[in-house]
Write a protein that binds this ligand. Structure first.
Ligand code: SAM
Ligand code: SF4
Length: 326
C-alpha cells in the first residue's frame, strides 16, 4: 500500500500517454509555439506497462489514461489492451475526436466509463476555444459512447465571459441524456492566461442552475473530487470540481505520471521524480515512488493557499496542463 506522510492512502494513478494533442485549447496549452517531446523521451509501450504493473502491485486499483490527447498515440490501442490485463479499473480522459476508432478496444478492455471534454455546445465558440472545427465530430462521438452504453462524464471548464452563459444549457442536456456533466473551475498553469477574475466559483454556478431547475444534492463517494447534483426527474447528473474555491486535498488518493515518466505527487506540485530513467537503468522504481509520495504536500502542491482571488499565477512553478497530463 502507498501512504503519504499525512496517512492518505494512494490508490489512483493518472498516466499521461503523450504531451501532444490534435486540439489547441486555450486554457491548457501555453500561448506560444509549442514543441512536443521527442519520441525517445516518452515512455514506450512496454515501459508504461512495467511502471503501471509496479503501481498495481503497490495497491493501485484505478488507472486513468490522459495526456495531451491519449488517443493520438499510434500505439494507444495496444497500450490500453496491455493495461486491461492488470487488476485495476481502467478509464481515460479524451477530447472525444478519435473515440469512434476505439469503441471495440474500449469494450474489449473492460472500460465502462470515460471522461470527455467539451466546453461549449456552440460550434463557433468550439473553434475559438480549441482552434479546431471539430464540434460535430466530438458531439457525435459522445452520442456514440452513450449508444454503446458507456458511462460518459462531460468535463466543462467554465470561464467567465467565455462559456458561463452555457452552464444552464449543459444541465438541460441531462434531461434526456444519461450524461454526467462536471463543471470544472478554471485552474492556473504555466502561461495559460489564468487570472482569478476568469474563475466562476461553484456556488455562483449552482445559483444560476437552481434558479432554473429543482435541484437535489446527491451523495458523493469517498475520494470524489466532484460535488454531485441532479435535477429532479432528469436522466443525467451534474457536478462541480471546486479546485479553486473549495479544494479537496484532505482526502487525496491521486498520483500522476507524466508522458516522460516523471512521477508528480500533485497536479500543482513542482516535485518530479524520474521513474523512467530509473527503470531504464534497471534499478527498482518502488523506492522512488515511495520517496515521491513522501514529498507530497498537505494541499495544492504547497504552492497555493487560502483565497484564490489573491493568487498571483506568476509565482506558481509548474508545467502547463498539457505537459503534466490532466
Ligand atoms: N485531451 C484530453 C481532454 O481534453 O480531455 C485529456 C487531457 S486534458 C489536459 C484533461 C482535462 O483537463 C480536460 O478535461 C481539460 O478540460 C482539463 N483542463 C485543462 N486545462 C485546464 C485548466 N486550466 N483548468 C481546468 N481544467 C483544465
Ligand atoms: Fe488537448 Fe485536452 Fe489540452 Fe484540449 S484540454 S489542448 S484537448 S490536452
Amino acid at each position: 500500500m502507498l501512504y503519504d506522510k499525512f496517512q492518505r492512502k494512494h490508490d489512483y494513478l493518472r498516466v499521461s500517454l503523450t504531451d501532444s494533442c490534435n486540439f489547441r485549447c486555450l486554457y491548457c496549452m501555453p500561448n506560444e509555439d509549442i514543441t512536443f517531446m521527442p519520441q525517445r523521451h516518452l515512455m514506450q509501450r512496454e515501459e508504461i506497462f512495467e511502471i503501471a504493473k509496479t503501481f498495481s502491485s503497490l495497491g493501485v486499483t484505478k488507472i486513468r489514461l490522459t495526456g495531451g490527447e491519449p488517443l493520438v498515440r499510434k500505439d494507444a490501442q495496444n497500450i490500453i489492451k496491455d493495461l486491461s490485463g492488470l487488476p485495476v479499473e481502467l478509464t481515460l480522459t479524451t477530447n472525444g475526436f478519435l473515440v469512434h476508432q476505439f469503441i471495440q478496444t474500449f469494450k474489449d478492455s473492460g472500460i465502462k466509463s470515460l471522461n470527455v471534454s467539451l466546453d461549449t455546445m456552440c460550434p463557433k465558440k468550439f473553434h475559438e476555444l480549441t482552434k479546431r472545427n471539430s464540434f460535430n465530430q466530438v458531439w457525435e462521438n459522445i452520442l456514440l459512447l452513450i449508444k454503446h452504453k458507456f458511462s460518459v462524464k462531460l468535463n466543462v471548464v467554465v470561464m467567465k465571459g467565455v462559456n458561463q452563459d452555457e452552464v444552464v444549457n449543459f444541465v438541460q442536456l441531462t434531461q434526456k441524456l444519461p450524461l454526467h456533466v462536471r463543471f470544472i473551475e478554471f485552474m492556473p498553469f504555466d502561461k495559460n492566461q489564468w487570472n482569478s477574475l476568469k474563475v466562476v466559483p461553484f456556488d455562483v454556478m449552482l445559483q444560476q442552475i437552481s434558479s432554473q431547475f429543482d435541484v437535489v444534492k446527491l451523495k458523493d463517494k469517498k475520494h470524489d473530487t466532484a460535488k454531485k447534483f441532479k435535477v429532479i426527474g432528469f436522466e443525467g447528473t451534474f457536478a462541480f470540481i471546486t479546485t479553486m474555491s473549495q479544494p479537496f486535498c484532505s482526502d487525496c488518493n491521486r498520483m500522476r505520471l507524466t508522458a516522460d515518466g516523471k512521477m508528480k505527487n500533485c497536479l500543482f506540485g513542482k516535485d518530479e521524480l524520474d521513474l523512467l530513467t530509473t527503470l531504464r537503468s534497471s534499478a527498482p522504481i518502488e523506492p522512488i515512488i515511495r520517496k515521491a509520495l513522501f514529498l507530497k504536500h498537505q494541499a495544492l502542491g504547497g504552492q497555493m493557499q487560502g483565497d484564490f482571488t489573491k493568487l498571483n499565477p506568476e509565482l506558481i512553478d509548474n508545467r502547463s496542463m498539457i505537459k503534466i497530463g490532466g
